[in-house]
Design a protein around this ligand. Structure first.
Ligand code: XMP
Length: 514
C-alpha cells in the first residue's frame, strides 16, 4: 500500500466522509479503530493522522482514548471535534461542558491569524458544528486560529509540532471551506502530494493480483453491477484466460438487461463468460411465495446452487473474485453494525466461499464506490455500466409485492423500462436521482378507459436521491415528467390503470419495497 494517512475512528457518523474527502484530494488513507496501537501503524508508512469526531465527551471517565505514542510520533495530526478535544486534553488544555450544546451552522472567523492550515481561506465562512464541550484554555505551544460567536477556540494549532484541531466538521458539505482546509492540512502542513489517482494505481493492482494468483484458475460471478464488472475486468487484465466469469440469468432482470450485459462483457471487454439461463428454475422455486424474506432466501440459495454446479465444471479453480468495497470492510469491523437489527437479508455471493473452499480475491477492498467507477473508466468499461444505478441482487422479485408470476414480471418490467427511459432522457435534473424504478403492488383499483370500466393493477414509481443508499430522500421530480411517466405506463403497460408516486424517505421507509 502507498504512504497512508490514518484516520482514527472515534465513532463519528462522518468518519467515512473524512476518508472520501481525503482520497478525493489524491491522498491515500485508511480508517482504523481509535484504540489502534502505534506499533500497528509504525511499519505501514504513516504520513499523517486524523482523529475523527465521536459521540462521547472527553470529560466523562472512560471516554475513548488514543495511544499517546501516536501524539508523540512527530507526524502531522489533525483532530476534528472530539478528536480536537482529545488531543487538547492530552496536551494540557482546559475544557468545559457547555450549558447548551452547539449543533448546526455557525460563522467561522479567521481574523488576523496566519498559519498554513488556514492559508488562503476567506476571513468569514459558514461551518458545521456539533459539540457539547469546548476548549477554554489552549494547550501550551498552541495558537488560536479561528472562532465562532459561541466557540472561542474553533480552530487551534501548534505549527512547530504540526498538531492541529478544529471544532467544526470540515468533511461535511455544509462547511464551505471544509475541503480547502483539509487540502491545506494534507498539502501545506503535511507536505503530501495528490498522487493517489486511479491511473497510477492500476499497474500495481494488476501486479498484486498476478502475484497472489500465480497460475491458479479464478472464477467470478457477474451480476451486471458495476462492482463485479470492474473487479472482473481488472482481474482479467492481470491473468487473462485464467479467469472464467459466470453470469446467471435468474429471470428477475430488467428489460433487455441480460442481452446488454452479456454483449458488454463479451464483445467490449472480451471477458471469458459462461451464461446460464436459469430463469425457469428460479421462477418455479418462487411460485406462490409472498413473504419478502423467503423470496430473498430462496433466491440466495438457488444462486449458490447454480454457481456451484458451474464451478464444478471448471477443473482447478482456486480463487473466487468478490467485489467487496471499502465501506463493507469498515462496517464488518465496527461493533455497532454487528449489533444492528437485520432489516433485509441482502443477497450477494457472500455465502459462496465457505461452502466451496475458495480463496478470496477482493481487488476492490480498499476502494469507495466513486473510486470503483473511476477505475472502471480507466479500464475502458462502457459508461452505461460504470454509471449503472444500483440494482438489488434478488432483482425484480423485491419489486413485485406478493406472488411472482410471468405475467406480473412482465408488468413490472415494462413499467420499469418506461420509468428508466423517461428519467434517463430528462434533461437537467438536479441532482439526478440515485435510483428510480417501478414497483408492482398487490392492489387493484377501478378505472375507466375508453367507455369501459377497468379493474386493474396499481404501479408505484419510486425515485430517490442518496449518497450511498443508507439514507435517502424521495426525488422532487418535475410534475410534467411524472405526468409523462404515468400516462405512458397506463397506456403502454397492459393490466395497469393507476400510478402512484412514493413520497417516503429512508428512514422510515427503505429504498426497495421488500
Ligand atoms: P434498502 O431497500 O435496504 O436498499 O433501503 C438500500 C440499497 O441496497 C439495494 N439493495 C440490495 N442490493 N442485494 C443488493 O445487492 C440486495 O438484496 C439488496 N436489497 C436492496 C437497494 O436497491 C438500494 O440501493
Amino acid at each position: 500500500m502507498p504512504p497512508t494517512v490514518f484516520i482514527l475512528d472515534f465513532g463519528a457518523q462522518y468518519s467515512q466522509l473524512i476518508a472520501r474527502r481525503t482520497r478525493e484530494l489524491g491522498v491515500y488513507c485508511e480508517i482504523v479503530p481509535f484504540d489502534v496501537r502505534w506499533e500497528a501503524l509504525r511499519d505501514r508508512e504513516p504520513v499523517a493522522i486524523i482523529l475523527s469526531g465521536g459521540p462521547e465527551s472527553t470529560l466523562v471517565p472512560g471516554a475513548p482514548d488514543l495511544d499517546r505514542q501516536i501524539l508523540e510520533s512527530g507526524l502531522p495530526i489533525l483532530g476534528i471535534c472530539y478528536g480536537m478535544q482529545l488531543l487538547a486534553r492530552h496536551l494540557g488544555a482546559e475544557l468545559v461542558k457547555l450549558d447548551h450544546a452547539e449543533y448546526g451552522p455557525a460563522t467561522l472567523s479567521l481574523d488576523g491569524h496566519q498559519d498554513p492550515l488556514i492559508e488562503a481561506l476567506p476571513r468569514e465562512s459558514r461551518v458545521w458544528m456539533s459539540h457539547g464541550d469546548s476548549v477554554v484554555k489552549l494547550p501550551p505551544g498552541f495558537a488560536e486560529l479561528g472562532s465562532t460567536p459561541r466557540c472561542n477556540v474553533a480552530a487551534m494549532g501548534d505549527r512547530a509540532r504540526r498538531i492541529y484541531g478544529v471544532q467544526f466538521h470540515p468533511e461535511v458539505v455544509h462547511t464551505e471551506i471544509g475541503k480547502q482546509l483539509l487540502a491545506n492540512f494534507l498539502y501545506r502542513v503535511a507536505g503530501l502530494d495528490a498522487s493517489w489517482k486511479m491511473e497510477n494505481i492500476v499497474d500495481s493492482a494488476i501486479a498484486q493480483i498476478q502475484q497472489q494468483v500465480g497460475n491458479a484458475k479464478v472464477i467470478c460471478a457477474l451480476s451486471g453491477g458495476v462492482d463485479s464488472a470492474v473487479a472482473a475486468t481488472l482481474v482479467a487484465r492481470a491473468i487473462g484466460e485464467q479467469l472464467t466469469c459466470v453470469f446467471v440469468d435468474h429471470g428477475l432482470l430488467r428489460k433487455g438487461e441480460a442481452e446488454s450485459v452479456l454483449a458488454a462483457f463479451r464483445d467490449v471487454l472480451h471477458l471469458n463468460v459462461v451464461a446460464i439461463d436459469a430463469r425457469r428454475r428460479f421462477l418455479d422455486k418462487l411460485a406462490n411465495v409472498e413473504d419478502p424474506e423467503r423470496k430473498r432466501i430462496i433466491i440466495g440459495h438457488e444462486f449458490i446452487a447454480v454457481f456451484e454446479e458451474e464451478a464444478a465444471k471448471i477443473p482447478g479453480v482456486e480463487f473466487l473474485v468478490q467485489g467487496t468495497l471499502y465501506p463493507d470492510v469498515i462496517e464488518s469491523k465496527t461493533p455497532q453494525s454487528k449489533a444492528g437489527h437485520k432489516i433485509k437479508s441482502h443477497h450477494n455471493v457472500g455465502g459462496l466461499p465457505e461452502r466451496m473452499n475458495f480463496k478470496l480475491l477482493e481487488p476492490l477492498r480498499a476502494l469507495f464506490k466513486d473510486e470503483v467507477r473511476d477505475l472502471g473508466r480507466v479500464l475502458g468499461l462502457p459508461e452505461h455500466i460504470v454509471q449503472r444505478q444500483p440494482f438489488p441482487g434478488p432483482g425484480l422479485a423485491v419489486r413485485i409485492i406478493g406472488d411472482i408470476t410471468d405475467e406480473r414480471l412482465e408488468i413490472v418490467r415494462n413499467a420499469d423500462a418506461i420509468v428508466r427511459d423517461e428519467i434517463d432522457n430528462a434533461k437537467g435534473l438536479k441532482p439526478h436521482p440515485w435510483q428510480y424504478f417501478a414497483v408492482l403492488t398487490p392492489v387493484r383499483s377501478v378505472g375507466v378507459m375508453g367507455d369501459g370500466r377497468t379493474y386493474a393493477n396499481l404501479v408505484a414509481v419510486r425515485a430517490i436521491t442518496s449518497e450511498d443508499g443508507m439514507t435517502a430522500d424521495w426525488a422532487r421530480l418535475p410534475h410534467e415528467l411524472l405526468e409523462r411517466i404515468s400516462t405512458r405506463i397506463v397506456n403502454e403497460v397492459q393490466g395497469v390503470n393507476r400510478v402512484a408516486y412514493d413520497i417516503t424517505s429512508k428512514p422510515p421507509a427503505t429504498v426497495e419495497w421488500e
